[in-house]
Design a protein around this ligand. Structure first.
Ligand SMILES: NC(=O)c1ccc[n+]([C@@H]2O[C@H](COP(=O)([O-])OP(=O)(O)OC[C@H]3O[C@@H](n4cnc5c(N)ncnc54)[C@H](OP(=O)(O)O)[C@@H]3O)[C@@H](O)[C@H]2O)c1
Length: 167
């Protein structure tokens, strides 16, 4: 099963955060919805899922949603997994060819740190963010990880998509 990590970055390279005052760009959201439809699933960190649910969480009927949490064991309507690997095992057992990892930063860093991502999809939004979150492939050591650029395209609204294959 191919594991795709999808994230929006700010133009100054932060892991973009959103809020009611600072909503995501429509083009990035439309792109996310297209990737979800293609994969038929998404894996999400418990905190991001809480934001998603508080915002109504509509539009994903028929989609397998897996929430990753150490502390919560059950959430009605979705699968809860205790770890990234358990989330992947669940989707693989259900026959999915692709798993889409939608964030937030903690969860993306857990996948990157464990070497579980095969493809990175970064949508760079035309915003400069102050103090922000980061993608940290390794929280202990400073190291470079070579990735291969496989596609690059504008999505409209000033959003540019970069796709990388992870060796
Ligand atoms: N830029 C983007 O594309 C993007 C996408 C999504 C969200 N966001 C932003 O990201 C922020 C939220 O991200 P976040 O980092 O605070 O939280 P998060 O990654 O959404 O959720 C963190 C929680 O997920 C669970 N978790 C994470 N790693 C785990 C692991 N290895 N094993 C088991 N459980 C694990 C834990 O849940 P428990 O505490 O329940 O154990 C943890 O507290 C928001 O600001 C949101 O706007 C940005």
């Amino acid at each position: 099963m191919k594991v795709k990590l999808w994230a929006t970055l700010s133009a100054n390279g932060n892991y973009a955060q959103s809020s009611a005052e600072n909503p995501p760009k429509k083009e990035a959201l439309d792109d996310f919805a297209a990737h979800v439809r293609e994969a038929g699933n998404f894996i999400v960190g418990r905190r991001t899922f809480e934001f998603f649910r508080a915002g109504g969480g509509a539009g994903f009927s028929g989609i397998d949603i897996v929430v990753v949490s150490k502390g919560v064991t059950e959430i009605p309507g979705v699968k809860v997994a205790k770890s990234p690997q358990e989330a992947l095992d669940y989707l693989r057992d259900k026959g999915h060819a692709t798993a889409l990892v939608s964030g937030g930063a903690d969860l993306h860093n857990a996948f990157l740190g464990a070497g579980l991502a095969d493809e990175l999809i970064f949508n760079v939004a035309p915003v400069l963010e102050g103090k922000g979150l980061n993608l940290l492939a390794d929280t202990e050591r400073y190291r470079f990880e070579a990735v291969e650029l496989v596609d690059c395209k504008p999505l409209g609204g000033g959003v540019v998509q970069l796709r990388y294959a992870v060796a």
